[in-house]
Design a protein around this ligand. Structure first.
Ligand code: GTP
Ligand code: MG
Length: 196
């Protein structure tokens, strides 16, 4: 029930604009258009909590959603969007590494990847940042409805090898916002991170 009750809290372009760094929060990161905002909506059983779009680069700020007085979900801006100018990309890198390294209430990172294109260069960047920050990562392979079940399992095994080699606490799961597949697994992992 805690996820169903999620509501928009605030959006922040920089670390200083984030809500008070208390309690626990889980952030969702991933390539532009990977399906991050859709995952948040699906696990919260809401259609329009996080804004989704066919146009990559929809989410350009860190968007905070409140679960209760001490717990939050964070939709991070998508990366790797080609049309974003170089200077903005550099700024994004600075802001994201600052957020991951300095945010004390951050207890886990969901790395959302399109199951057809997992582990891009940027994804591997995030994996290394997470490892350096001792932050557990759930590699969430979404849009699983786009592949046959055999290919889904093959991708899952391959990604599992890579992410657990980076950090033993890392996990992998498959997901589909379209079919609402994987919601229970994500709740289970987030429950433990957020101590629900
Ligand atoms: P940015 O905010 O731009 O970084 O994108 P995002 O990662 O938040 O992606 P978003 O959730 O907006 O989804 C991007 C597109 O993928 C939309 O057209 C969604 O409808 C579609 N999509 C998301 N999840 C799924 C899924 O599980 N299956 C299918 N088939 N399409 C999906
Ligand atoms: Mg988004």
């Amino acid at each position: 029930p805690i996820y169903q009750g999620a509501r928009f809290l605030t959006a922040a372009a920089r670390l200083e604009q984030c809500p008070v760094d208390q309690g626990r929060e889980v952030a969702f990161s991933g390539r532009s258009n990977a399906g991050k905002s859709s995952v948040i909506n699906t696990i919260c059983h809401q259609n329009a909590l996080a804004r989704t779009s066919k146009t990559p680069g929809r989410t350009q700020q860190m968007v905070f959603f409140q679960l209760d007085d001490s717990r939050r979900l964070v939709d991070l801006p998508g990366y790797g969007y080609a049309k974003v100018p170089e200077a903005l990309k550099r700024d994004w890198q600075t802001q994201m590494s600052a957020y991951l390294e300095q945010r004390r209430s951050l207890v886990g990172l969901v790395l959302v990847m399109d199951i057809r294109h997992p582990l891009t260069e940027f994804d591997q960047h995030m994996l290394r940042w997470g490892g350096r920050a001792n932050l557990p990562i759930l590699a969430l392979l979404t849009k699983a409805d786009k592949l046959k079940s055999g290919a889904v399992r093959t991708a899952e095994r391959m990604v599992e090898r890579v992410v657990t080699a980076e950090q033993e606490a890392n996990q992998v799961a498959t997901f589909s916002s379209l079919r609402r597949h994987g919601v229970g697994v994500v709740h289970h992992i987030l429950d433990r991170w957020l101590e629900i």
